[in-house]
Design a protein around this ligand. Sequence first.
Ligand code: FEO
Ligand code: CA
Ligand code: CA
Ligand code: CA
Length: 657
Amino acid sequence: PVPPSLGFPGIGFESVPPSLAPVADRVTVPQGYTVQAFVCWGDPIAPGGKNFIGDASETAADQALQFGTHNDGMHFFPIGEGSDRGVLCVNNEYTHEEILFPDGQVGSGYTIAKTRKSQTAHGVSVLEARRIRGNWTVNARSRYGRKITSNTPMAISGPAAGHALMQTVEFTITDAASVPTGGTTDGRVVYGTVNNCAHGYTPWGTYLTCEENFNGNFGGTGAVDTSTGTEIGKLNRRYGISAGGFGYRWHTTDPRWDVSTNPNEPHLFGWIVEIDPFNPNSTPVKRTALGRFKHESVQYVVDADSRIAFYMGDDERNEYIYKYVARRKYNAQRKFLNRGLLDDGTLYVARFDADGTGAWLPLVPGTVGVDGVALRDNPNFAGADDAEVQAKILIKTRMAADAVGATMMDRPEWTGARPRIDGFQEIEVYCTLTNNNRRGTNTPSVNAADGSTAAGSARPPVDAANPREDNDYGHIIRWRENGRSVAATSFTWDLFVQAGDSQTAKAPLPTNDYKGNIVADPAGSADYGAPDGLWFDDFGRLWVQTDQSGDASGDWVNIGANCMVCADPNTGTTRRFLTAPPNAEVTGVTMTPDGKTMFVGLQHPGEDSTAANPTQFSNWPQSQWAVKADGVTALPGGRPRSSVVVVTKDDGGIIGS
Ligand code: FEO
Ligand code: CA
Ligand code: CA
Ligand code: CA
């Protein structure tokens, strides 16, 4: 076993071996643990929901009462005391349209019915989880059951709400059509959420869902402005809005998503959305004070002075790490007083300096950019007053971060905060930097000061915080806030680990080392790459989940399929806990308060399969189990299903112990 140390309780399990090619169509966990399917795409989660059929013939109306697909970040909110019952909020990031429909995306034709089903499979699944006679089950008749979709009415709050850039074509939405009313919205309302990647939660009991690759769901039936000379054109370039998007066809049947006729709609996405998990009639709220970018996840920390900050990454090549600090203090006694904390505060972006220190740069009108011009005098953010300047800074967060000289990172994914327990008192926050293939060749460049650089197109030189020029395997950075204050404007940082394949024969570039420096115990047993999910449990164990190509080929021939590892934050000592089925990513992890039940997400098993052969690469979870964790519900085959699994320790102990 890995022994305990300051603020870390040790690792008691033996590593599972890597799942090498051909990748077995199953999830593996260590000896002494049991893994079972808990909830899968298409399972009923709300009253009236139908059981999954198996051939994807469900309609959008059926999907509206079922678990969405491509689940990602999630959090377990206990109901009452104890660890046997809770509301599980689970993000549904995106759809694989060839698996979502019986005839694939195009098949016998693309229709509004397909758009509506895809929009309904996106979003957030809210469900009641409970343990009955030892078996975890979804209460499909629960009053908490709710599917939040890309059409759920939401409010917009904070400094950017109501700004002209947030005012869009107004629509009446039905199952059959989205019809313009002839009016314009007030910039304070939006339908739905998309690309709900990872997540966060608040100490006042709400769930936060993060909108990541929202640009991909938009398209244009006509010309889309991507010029460098207009405000919309620069926004579209910097956020990656294009006529083709990621190949979704929503815009061809739902004009709300057609940016050639509704150019402001993308500005309503790329935010963090707050959801009350205990009130299924509540209206989710997009909190603009936390900035607009490709939000991966959000992690809060409350310091000893009751200040509260939220740490966030923008997952695209060479984007930034942010924190938001609420102006007022957190009130642990009177939780209803905290409702406004996410609307009134300061957004900062991180600069990592070569000497191991760093600065949080405030994205406010008076901050002077690297060009010597205050943001309020920069034409990108100019407004009638500082309130309007602040609104534009938030809508164009990426450009503001460019202007102040933040450090371009190797794709910031999840942030996680180390618990302050057992004598460990630092405010120490970690962020996965998953990989980057656009850094450090012969033509270094950075994002243009005028905000016109297309998303992900710059190629900066390597730096101390991002030291590998072809960062195939990624790394994890961490920082400690000065003065143990979340409001600090300076910090110290180091690299927790550079991931890699210790057995690789790949010839290193001058500034690269593909072998990495993972401290495996026993040696060689825990290589991984492309760290993405990152989470500290309440006991001090660090869990890291990976997102690489899932077929164990090429760079992954020794590392195998995607996995989840457990690490000691003091020594870096790492063991492999779980491996994924073929072409699946491991993403999303949460526990019951007693630490004895862990929920883990498996996303996109069998990715890249075709409509003609949906089980070409995987038929998981049916390939592994005949029934779900409840011991009763059959798991029909026919196509792979993104799922949440439940992991327990056979001796009833804490997971990882
Ligand atoms: Fe949806 Fe950056 O992962
Ligand atoms: Ca991710
Ligand atoms: Ca990823
Ligand atoms: Ca993914």
